[in-house]
Design a binder for this molecule. Sequence first.
Ligand code: 3PG
Length: 248
Amino acid sequence: MYKIVFMRHGESTWNLDNRFTGWTDVDLTEKGVAEATQAGKLLKEAGLSFDLAYTSVLKRAIRTLWGTLDEMNMMWLPVIHDWRLNERHYGALQGLNKAETAAKYGDEQVLVWRRSYDTPPMPLDENDDRTSFNDPRYAGLDRSQIPLTECLKDTVARVMPAWNDSIAPAIRSGKRILISAHGNSLRALIKMLDGISDDDIVNLNIPNGQPLVYELDADLKPIRHYYLGDQAAIAAALQAVASQGKSK
Ligand code: 3PG
């Protein structure tokens, strides 16, 4: 049996402001930094250790990983930064307040943009300052690989090659892995791992900074999964994430 731990980054400044973030590279709040440390404590208490970590190329996930590994006294751990683990690109919604957007377009429409499998938000204009075309961290990519918007299906299409080509072979070789990533890149991975339907994925939310342990069989099929930590607080955090896109 294998174990892998997924973790969404701790609270970011734009989580606090309730803004659509996507590929915008915002940092953690103080609370987010504390959540990363707390995650490290929980992982230690659960007796978990790692041989390799993955994260995105966005600082909120990277800094969360740093805080967690620091608490575990494992800052030496090899880390793979993979752009394919980035948050889902939120298109022209990036920077807008989620509740204000819901007041303008309606809660239903915002739920579709946030959680539907195959309806992307409006794309960024190619000339918009918010595009990532000139960002050096994506210099190795073909322009066609850099999104202007994404639905979850598009995120699945970039996350799964990272799983199949890099993460799954590392698990099979016996490496114990921690992944520090994002709400929707983790929803993409979990959808595929658990075989969640396009309709049911609407109801899956991931809280900030909570280690989520997946136990996998020899074929890397999930046996069970569970969050470490205070289960009532996690349930409340899940509910809070679900409510972020409501006008009131
Ligand atoms: C964002 O990109 O805004 C968040 O990290 C994830 O947002 P969501 O829960 O609204 O999809």
